[in-house]
Every structure is written in structure tokens, then in C-alpha cells.
Design a protein around this ligand. Structure first.
Ligand SMILES: Nc1ncnc2c1ncn2[C@@H]1O[C@H](COP(=O)(O)OP(=O)(O)OP(=O)(O)O)[C@@H](O)[C@H]1O
Ligand SMILES: [Mg+2]
Length: 448
């Protein structure tokens, strides 16, 4: 295994030198920096597993650096180095996601054990991710991403029915992955060496669909100068995928039913029945059962198609899958655009998890594709998102980073009490409030 990479950032050269010497002895790969900007630039190039960072730095502070690292990478830990006098700020840093802090003068033995604990955590997170990834890829079809309960159930169902030749009806909102399911069913069937033919029934007349699916004989109508093979014939021994089946005109549904029952077709203008061996998969983003009830779809055909039903949940009902999908699409489009982008900031992830995705996975894919195309950095930040999503971020950010007046009051009173060693008279004087008010407020905030 590669040694862990550690960055030490401190403007005192002696601290950098000592820490580097101590940690290099433990077989870590250590680089030192005197300011945060240089360290971040290196982080973007080569990455670190752990960052040890002085709180007070020339330029941006250790706290700023911590926030930038947190935005870039969830699995790099940060330990704050601080003078004893600013332990308060170091504790605040833990709230922003630092692993822990060490006070100066640094005791190397303590530091080493802290570093080891932080790296154990990094390792644990990565092992967990790798395990999840491995587990997932066992069951799920290639590039079909999902780890949420409903998706694992769908992968199980696909595994079960794919090898059988039964008809399958796939339902789900637009962009939920219906075509992916159809392809996965085909891939896992002995038919996979034969064609997978896809046809979208939306918006066509009966004549057009019949012509496309069944083909026609020479002379069937004006302009039919040659015999034309239809898509069902082209899919012989393979799979036909009929998308948006709910939009098929009723008159065409009768013809399809005949084909489903007889496994044979007659080309338009012909008389001879040609036997066909085709597996049928249909999809709809409308609820076909409701359509049957309102007489927009034939009941007999519905039951023929719906031997097995796969219903894909909308993305907003499986938010656990969002981080995985984001990572998948980042990889896909980074490769496609020749860029090195491997993560999104925490804010972006937060926005994406909150967003209801009316266009489901397709919409998420478009958002990431666009962001990768626009980004000039090594990660996606909220400025790479479409403006309507960015607005979501502003409101969430404001809610998150602005504590209420009451919280602030509590913090400040506590701070003064600590400084005065809980001498209430003195504290009340500093706070310029009557002692009785201070006592009441201490009780209210649970500080007594
Ligand atoms: N679970 C998933 N993992 C990876 N990519 C996915 C997943 N689900 C959908 N996609 C991607 O999202 C896009 C839309 O998927 P697909 O075409 O299968 O959806 P659909 O349900 O057929 O949509 P529509 O009803 O609009 O035809 C595709 O680019 C597909 O690759
Ligand atoms: Mg589709």
C-alpha cells in the first residue's frame, strides 16, 4: 500500500521541520507548507490523506483552509495546530469538521497517536466505500447505479426474471431508468447475442406504427416500392422494447395483442404469417392500470404485457442514491471531457440531496454533465450549478451558518462566565445587565 500523504502547514519553519521529522520516521509521506494557499494548490494536484494545520497563518486562516478542504474532499482529515491561548477557536474548528487539535509546544508522541487515529478513520471510511462498491457490483447490472433499498430490490428482480422469456412491463416517471432496466433484462438473457430493438410508440398513428413494427410487402401502398422488414422482424431471437406503450392508439393495440398471442406477424399488405421469436418488454411513464380503468388501454393487452412488473421509484424517494449517482456521472463526464474532477463540494451535495428532481436521474445527469463542462477547478462548486438550484443553496447556507440570536447570546454569556471563572457579579458587570437578569438567562440557557 502507498504510504499515507500528510501535509503540515505552519508559518514557523521549526514546527514544520520537527513534525515532518517525527512523522517521516513513522513511514508517512510528509510535505510542509508555510501558507494555506500553497497547500491547497498541492492538494488539488496530488491530494492528501491528512492535513495538520496551524490556526494562525499568513493569508487565509487555518479555519478557512479547513472549510476549503471539507468542500473538496470528504475523506481527508484535518488536525488543527494551535497555541494554548486559542483553544476556543480550535474547538470551533472541530464543529466545522476538524478531526481534533494539538496545542503548541507539540509533544511528538501525542501527535503521533492522534495522527494514527485520524488515519485509521480515513482508512475505515475508504474500506467501507470499497466494500459497498464491491457488494454492489456483484448484483447490479453494469453502470446501473443504486444502493437504496428499492433499487436493490429492483436489481434482485432483474436478476431473477432476466433469464426467463416472460413479458415485462416497466413503469416509472420520466428519467427513472426504464430503458436501462430493459437493456439489463436483455443483457442477462441468452438472447443478448441477438438484437435489442427499441421503439417509442409516442405520438404516432396506427398506420405508422404498424408499418414500423410489422414492415410491409412491396406494393402495400403507394410508394411501397420494396418489401420492408419491420422492427419486430429485426428483433427476431432478440428483444423488442416498446417505450411509451400507453400512447399506442387503441386500434394498434389490437394488432399488437394478436402478435403477442400468436408469436407471428403479417406484414402490412401481406397475407402470410411469419413466426417470430421475440421477447417483449414494454414501458410507460403513465400508470397503465389507471389508463385501463379510464378505457385508454386494452385490459387484455395490459395483462399480457404485465406478466412481471418493474416499477422504478422516482429519485426523490431514494435520496441515498444521489451521492453514488453524482460520483458515477462525475467520472463519466470527466473522462468524456478530459478533465480531472472527482468530487463536488459539500454544499453542492446538500443542494442535490434536497432538490426534488422532477426529471429524475436524467436531470441529475444533465446537471453534472453541465457542471463538469463549466468547471475550471478540480471539484464542482455551487457556481457550476444552474441558477435555480444555486438559489436553493443560498437559502440553505443562510439557515445553516447563521445561528439564532438566542444561540449567540448563550455562547457569549458562557464565554464571559468562563473568562470570569463564573464570578456572576463581574460577569453581569461586563455584560452590562442586572445580576437577576443574568441568573435568569443562565437558567434559561442551562448554564447554571
Ligand atoms: N440507476 C441509474 N444509474 C445510472 N444511470 C442512470 C440510472 N437511471 C437512469 N440513468 C441515466 O439516466 C438517463 C435516463 O434513463 P432512461 O432513458 O433509462 O430513463 P427512462 O425512464 O427511460 O426515461 P423516459 O421515460 O424519459 O424515456 C440515461 O442517460 C441513463 O443512463
Ligand atoms: Mg425511456
Amino acid at each position: 500500500m502507498e504510504p499515507f500523504r500528510i501535509a503540515v502547514i505552519d508559518d514557523e519553519p521549526i514546527v514544520c521541520r520537527e513534525v515532518k521529522r517525527g512523522l517521516t520516521k513513522e513511514q508517512y509521506d510528509v510535505e510542509t507548507f508555510s501558507d494555506g494557499e500553497a497547500a491547497l494548490a498541492r492538494f488539488d494536484q496530488a491530494g492528501f490523506d491528512l492535513i495538520l494545520c496551524d490556526l494562525r497563518l499568513p493569508g487565509s486562516s487555518g479555519l478557512d483552509l479547513l472549510k476549503s478542504v471539507r468542500r473538496r474532499s470528504p475523506d481527508c482529515e484535518v488536525i488543527i495546530i494551535t497555541a494554548y491561548s486559542s483553544v476556543d477557536t480550535a474547538i470551533e474548528a472541530i464543529r466545522f469538521g476538524a478531526f481534533h487539535y494539538v496545542t503548541k509546544p507539540i509533544k511528538l508522541a501525542d501527535l503521533k497517536s492522534l495522527v494514527k487515529r485520524a488515519l485509521d478513520k480515513v482508512l475505515l471510511i475508504r474500506e467501507k466505500e470499497a466494500l459497498q462498491e464491491a457488494l454492489l457490483s456483484q448484483n447490479r447490472p453494469m453502470d446501473f447505479i443504486g444502493n437504496s433499498k428499492p433499487m436493490l430490490e429492483i436489481f434482485r428482480l432483474i436478476g431473477k426474471v432476466a433469464p426467463l422469456d416472460c413479458n415485462v412491463l416497466i413503469q416509472g416517471e420520466s428519467g427513472t431508468g426504464k430503458e436501462m432496466v430493459a437493456r439489463a433484462l436483455h443483457q442477462r438473457n441468452p438472447r443478448s447475442h441477438h438484437p435489442f430493438v427499441s421503439f417509442n410508440c409516442g405520438g404516432f398513428t396506427e398506420e405508422l406504427i404498424a408499418n414500423e413494427l410489422f414492415g410491409h410487402e412491396k406494393g402495400a401502398f403507394t410508394g411501397a416500392t420494396e418489401t420492408k422488414i419491420g422492427l419486430l422482424e429485426a428483433a427476431h431471437k432478440g428483444t423488442i422494447f416498446l417505450d411509451e406503450i400507453g400512447e399506442m392508439p387503441m386500434s394498434m393495440q389490437v394488432k399488437l395483442l394478436r402478435f403477442v398471442e400468436e408469436h407471428a406477424l403479417i406484414r402490412v399488405g401481406g397475407v402470410k404469417a411469419h413466426p417470430m421469436d421475440v421477447r417483449l418488454i414494454a414501458a410507460s411513464n403513465q400508470d397503465l392500470k389507471t389508463l385501463v380503468e379510464s378505457r385508454g388501454f386494452r385490459e387484455d393487452l395490459y395483462y399480457r404485457l404485465n406478466v412481471v412488473n418493474v416499477t422504478l421509484p422516482p429519485l426523490r424517494k431514494r435520496q441515498d442514491d444521489i451521492p453514488l449517482l453524482v460520483r458515477h456521472f462525475l467520472k463519466k463526464y470527466s473522462r468524456a471531457f478530459g478533465k480531472q474532477i472527482n468530487c463536488v463540494s459539500n454544499e453542492v451535495l446538500e443542494i442535490l440531496i434536497k432538490y426534488p428532481f422532477p426529471g429524475n436521474v436524467r436531470e441529475l445527469e444533465n446537471i453534472i454533465e453541465r457542471a463538469v463542462a463549466l468547471s475550471d477547478d478540480t471539484f464542482i462548486s455551487d457556481s457550476d450549478l444552474p441558477s435555480d438550484l444555486r438559489e436553493l443553496s443560498m437559502s440553505s447556507l443562510e439557515k445553516k451558518t447563521w445561528p439564532s440570536l438566542e444561540e449567540k447570546e448563550k455562547q457569549y454569556i458562557e464565554q464571559v462566565l468562563v473568562k470570569t471563572n463564573y464570578r456572576k457579579n463581574l460577569a453581569a458587570e461586563i455584560l452590562k445587565m442586572p445580576r437577576t437578569t443574568l441568573w435568569r438567562k443562565m437558567k434559561q440557557h442551562g448554564l447554571d
